[in-house]
Design a protein around this ligand. Structure first.
Ligand code: NAI
Length: 334
């Protein structure tokens, strides 16, 4: 029986990298029944739904999604589709592994970076609760709850134990947001007490950012509220070669949606040069989730060999290959 998977190519570079990821997954031989559903700014405008019914209906059936990025209007317009989906499907854990790949020239090429970001995915300043109190005075509500903070902390610690990871750093600004970030930290400490086998540390987010740039190899797992998790993810992507490389998984109790950290990259959309690695690696996470570990390892290995060889990489990595040439090389390596 093929695995049913909802495919949301998205917009911008989304359809280009999604096509590449689908080709790579199909080439592993794992049978997937892709249920492709359009999800873009145009669809949202038309349906007036940030999480359109067609997407939710498909996810209800498949429980698993592979998603490209979707453009979100800035400073107005519809609510972020990503935020809407994460809330509707209760995808509370955003898991983002950031690893050095072979053969990539970065400022940090001499150190081995292997960290995983656990970002709370449903609340914080993404509550969307903004209010103009009087003209030119706006408040944005940062919502932190015990339930969501405990849930993400448990997810991260359980992952650490199940995967033999040694250290977890909670990142916060509880020196200023004593109540909100204070509660997040309190919950992290409570859960940490149940996991004496995982070393627990805390860092204030500004210091954490500096330490990540100075000593990225000393980090293992990071646990963050939503906004810091968003920002630190891109910072961490920059350490290993950029947004073209870093995958992600949005995990909930019932559903899982796999997507890259990067956005729709309008500056390169339609040019055929987007790096599909991040979505391919997201598909590797998806294959693991489906229980197809062998295929996941083979796809991972094929991607790494293309980088180690270094001849067929995309312009963001300093090469000249197109999206499809890179994909052909990965598939040849499979
Ligand atoms: P972005 O991640 O789209 O692009 C930032 C920079 O990284 C650009 O220079 C882009 O060319 C480059 N880049 C990103 N992915 C790449 C890839 N696969 N290969 C090569 N280069 C790549 O961030 P930006 O420009 O801030 O956001 C653009 C739009 O994407 C916005 O509307 C934003 O809201 C949306 N977005 C959507 C996300 C999602 O659907 N999950 C996540 C982040 C942003």
């Amino acid at each position: 029986m093929p695995y049913p998977v909802t495919l949301l190519p998205g917009d911008g570079i989304g359809p280009e990298v999604a096509a590449a990821a689908v080709r790579a997954v199909n080439a592993t031989g794992v049978a997937i029944e892709w249920d492709e559903v359009e999800l873009s700014g145009a669809v949202i405008e038309r349906t007036r739904q940030s999480a359109p019914d067609a997407v939710l209906e498909s996810m209800e059936r498949t429980r698993v999604g592979l998603k490209g990025p979707v453009t979100t209007p800035i400073g107005g317009g519809f609510q972020s589709v990503n935020v809407a989906l994460r809330k509707k499907l209760e995808l509370f854990a955003n898991v983002r592994p950031v690893r050095s790949l072979p053969g990539i020239r970065t400022r940090f090429q001499d150190v081995k970076i292997d960290l995983i970001i656990f970002r709370e995915n449903t609340e914080d300043l993404y509550s969307g609760l903004e209010h103009e109190v009087v003209t030119d005075v706006v408040t944005s509500l940062k919502v932190i709850t015990r339930a969501a903070s405990i849930r993400i902390a448990k997810y991260a610690f359980a992952f650490a134990r199940a995967n033999g990871r040694k250290k977890l750093t909670a990142v916060h600004k509880a020196n200023i947001m004593k109540l909100g970030d204070g509660l997040f930290l309190k919950c992290a400490r409570e859960v940490a007490a149940e996991y004496p086998d995982v070393e627990y540390k805390e860092l204030i987010v500004d210091n954490a950012s500096m330490q990540l740039v100075m000593r990225p190899e000393t980090f293992d797992l990071l646990l963050l509220p939503n906004l810091y998790g968003d920002i630190v993810s891109d910072l961490a992507a920059g350490l290993v070669g950029g947004l073209g490389l870093v995958p992600g998984a949005n995990m909930g109790e019932k559903y899982a949606v796999f997507e890259a950290v990067h956005g729709s990259a309008p500056d390169i959309a339609g040019k055929g040069v987007a790096n599909p690695t991040a979505l391919m690696e997201s598909a590797v996470l998806m294959l693991r989730h489906l229980g197809e570990r062998g295929a996941a390892d083979r796809l991972q290995g094929a991607i790494e060999r293309v980088y180690a060889d270094g001849k067929t990489v995309t312009p963001d990595i300093g090469g000249t290959a197109t999206t499809s040439e890179f994909t052909d090389a990965v598939i040849a390596g499979l």
